[in-house]
Design a protein around this ligand. Structure first.
Ligand SMILES: NC(=O)c1ccc[n+]([C@@H]2O[C@H](COP(=O)([O-])OP(=O)(O)OC[C@H]3O[C@@H](n4cnc5c(N)ncnc54)[C@H](O)[C@@H]3O)[C@@H](O)[C@H]2O)c1
Length: 386
């Protein structure tokens, strides 16, 4: 059995996504499971190096996560030098959105395969420019589209393939939770403050409409028009250092998407909403033959044959327990971490030339939907997505 080492630069790895999803739950998880066994004769083993600006943070990460299976995790603050090193054919970026382009450009020059977090930019023109740079240099490239591998969404795909829904009519997406303003000593905000400043690449729409684009395109149909209302409900928050700052980005979005197959999707996304639903993201899909509630991991279904017949009468308590009429879809498969699944696919794409369709160009479609959603809100009108 040959073990092929695959050098991977993990940039911006001290951040929330870089550490939790990409380092710990993806790359280290792959190493701890013994690599990616691609045949009886070959295993692909990630060989990561952590890069960033702060040596102390990188050292702490390395100290915390190095173990027998991973060896001592390497790190460097000299990202230019590491990018120039041919020992690392893959460059991954989870730094801030506005930093992405600079790093991607450097990695293209060094002929790396490029994988990065979404959004790839905050304008469509810039996202497409990055895609073209990588394509012109004939480099393999990809963007994180993790939600596609969530157990709940995979259950939806299975139900759809089985013909459960009949004709799908509409999708109601509810996303969000309460993000604390950070005003109380004991209640710091649970998300980084840059998310609430447009000048730092923040905003609900640029953050989440990128996800909704690939979720909708892949599961429900191609988005052809958007009507969106953006709001900044909370205009002042407290940052990581305890300082008040003005929120210059949208923190909520109320958006309707028309699809090419006639399906209507309406997504509410908000950081100012208290949760009384099954999960932080729920998608209610209604079809002629059945409906489903899709959460991050679980899904519940109601068939046409078990649909109750409500009668409007507000003078009495509701006699039907609507929740009781839904059946949970069983876990008939083992569901690995969604980010890890996509990482394994990208590594196989780079090393074995297997197909990988979640490219920088696909990622640019998400940025496009975000940009057009903001335009729709600003101009108070429907905007076509061409
Ligand atoms: N796929 C998803 O579900 C998902 C979820 C959240 C965030 N994201 C994306 O991931 C990216 C990071 O978000 P986060 O929540 O981890 O933010 P974060 O603020 O926790 O992390 C950002 C990281 O980038 C680093 N960084 C900032 N400026 C830098 C520079 N000039 N040079 C080098 N490093 C720099 C920071 O030190 C930090 O390590 C964003 O683009 C965000 O949109 C994706």
């Amino acid at each position: 059995m040959a073990i092929k080492k695959v050098g991977i630069i993990l940039n911006g790895v001290t951040g929330r996504m870089g550490t939790n999803q990409h380092l710990v739950r993806s790359i280290l998880a792959i190493m701890r499971q013994g690599g990616i066994k691609v045949s009886d004769d070959l295993t692909l083993m990630p060989d990561p190096i952590l890069t960033g600006r702060n040596a102390n943070k990188l050292q702490a990460l390395s100290d915390k996560h190095s173990c027998e299976k991973t060896g001592k995790l390497k790190f460097s603050t000299e990202v230019d030098k590491v990018i120039a090193d041919p020992a690392y054919p893959i460059f991954f970026d989870a730094s801030g959105t506005l930093q992405r382009a600079g790093f991607v450009e450097q990695a293209v020059k060094a002929k790396k395969a490029i994988y990065c977090e979404k959004p790839t930019a905050v304008t469509t023109a810039e996202a497409l420019r990055l895609a073209k740079l990588a394509e012109d240099a004939k480099l393999k490239n990809g963007v994180v589209q993790d939600k596609l591998w969530l157990p709940g969404l995979r259950k939806f795909q299975l139900l759809k393939d089985q013909g459960f829904f009949g004709k799908i009519l509409s999708v109601r997406g509810e996303f969000g939770y309460w993000v604390f303003e950070g005003t109380g000593f004991d209640l710091p905000a649970q998300r980084p403050s840059w998310n609430y400043r447009a000048e730092d690449g923040g905003g609900m729409i640029i953050d989440m409409h990128c996800h909704w684009r690939y979720v909708i395109d892949n599961l429900f149909g191609n988005v052809k028009a958007v009507s969106c209302l953006a709001a900044t409900h909370i205009d002042e928050r407290v940052d990581e250092r305890g300082k008040r700052y003005r929120c210059t980005a949208d923190d909520s979005a109320y958006a309707t998407f028309q699809l090419d197959n006639g399906v209507i999707c309406h997504f509410n996304s908000s950081w100012n909403v208290r949760v009384r639903r099954d999960d932080l993201l729920t998608l209610q899909v209604d079809g002629t033959k059945g409906s489903a509630i899709i959460g991050l991991r679980k899904a519940w279904i109601q068939h046409a044959g078990s649909t109750p017949k409500p009668v409007w009468n507000p003078d009495i308590d509701q006699p039907i327990n609507f929740f009781a009429g839904w059946q949970e879809v069983p876990d008939n498969a083992v569901y690995d971490n969604a980010f890890k699944i996509q990482w394994e696919m990208f590594i196989r794409h780079v090393c074995l030339d297997e197909p990988f369709r979640w490219t920088l160009r696909e990622g640019a479609k998400g940025v496009q939907l975000a940009e057009l959603s903001l335009q729709s809100s600003k101009e108070r009108r429907w905007v076509d997505v061409l």
